[in-house]
Write a protein that binds this ligand. Structure first.
Ligand code: ADP
Ligand code: MG
Ligand code: MG
Length: 248
């Protein structure tokens, strides 16, 4: 589904990703862990097509297509979803308006009929219930005044509605209390744990991985994947720390 090969990328002339390679198949959940400043968010921004990030070498193939050559809105329409470490607030636009427009613009690109207001609300209610987010929250402006946990739940509702094939989730667990963590973890499983989907979960902590069990865990340090293993690698990191595990 996703093949990243020898990816080099820079911001403002400074090289951040230095030859990163990674492969994900449909049906798999991969976790990326790594010290602060390793380039984890940079990787997610490059995959999402954020301006200002320049790819200087390497390739990213998504379902047989050159992902880096696609416009960000085409990436989304092709089933690529990016969850942000810091979700944006959009004053003046309600979640319902925002999500219906996002979904329908993706559907148009794919040649599918847009959903009517009624059809969309039915879908939104279903996904909000799954993530235990009050429907009233969806009527409010996007993320404005939301707590950290509410923003993350809201982001998972977005993911449920857009129903992507590949989700890259950057520190979706940051700022979550135990209850919210469980809801978000179970939401990721309910939406994405399917044979035709894949997840790249970027996280600092083992705890989210108790709910969303990864098939593979990778350590990203100084712009490259320096070690890969199974779910046990995350436990070792938690117990021993990065320096010890990377030296082993
Ligand atoms: P992580 O998510 O792993 O903590 P980041 O990808 O956010 O790491 O950052 C990787 C490196 O890139 C850090 O050294 C950071 O300071 C640098 N960096 C991030 N954004 C910018 C920017 N806009 N301009 C210059 N350097 C940046
Ligand atoms: Mg960071
Ligand atoms: Mg980060």
């Amino acid at each position: 589904m996703l093949k990243i090969d020898n990816l080099h990328a820079e911001i403002g002339g400074k090289e951040i990703l230095k030859g990163l390679s990674l492969e994900l198949n449909a049906g798999e959940v991969h976790a990326i862990m790594g010290p602060n400043g390793a380039g984890k968010s940079t990787l997610s921004y490059v995959l999402g097509g954020r301006p200002g990030y320049e790819v200087t070498a390497g390739s990213v193939i998504y379902n047989g297509e050159d992902l880096l050559a696609m416009d960000p809105h085409l990436r989304a329409a092709a089933g690529f979803f990016l969850g942000f470490q810091y979700p944006v607030e959009i004053p003046g636009v309600s979640n319902v308006q925002f999500l219906r427009e996002a979904l329908n613009s993706q559907r148009r690109v794919r040649g599918e009929d847009p959903l009517t207001g009624g059809e969309f609300l039915k879908l939104a209610k279903e996904k909000a219930a799954l993530l235990k987010l009050d429907m009233e929250m969806l009527k409010r402006f996007v993320n404005v005044g939301f707590s950290g946990g509410e923003k993350k739940r809201n982001e998972m509702v977005q993911m449920g509605i857009l129903d992507p094939k590949l989700a890259v989730l950057d520190e979706t667990d940051s700022g979550l209390d135990i209850d919210a963590l469980k809801v978000v973890g179970e939401g990721i499983n309910a939406i994405m744990r399917r044979p035709d989907k894949a997840v790249l979960l970027i996280t600092h902590y083992q705890r989210l991985l108790d709910y969303v069990k990864p098939d593979y865990v990778h350590i990203l340090a100084a712009g490259r994947i320096v070690k890969s293993g199974g779910a046990d690698l995350a436990h070792r990191l938690e117990e021993e720390g990065y320096d010890e595990v990377m030296a082993a």
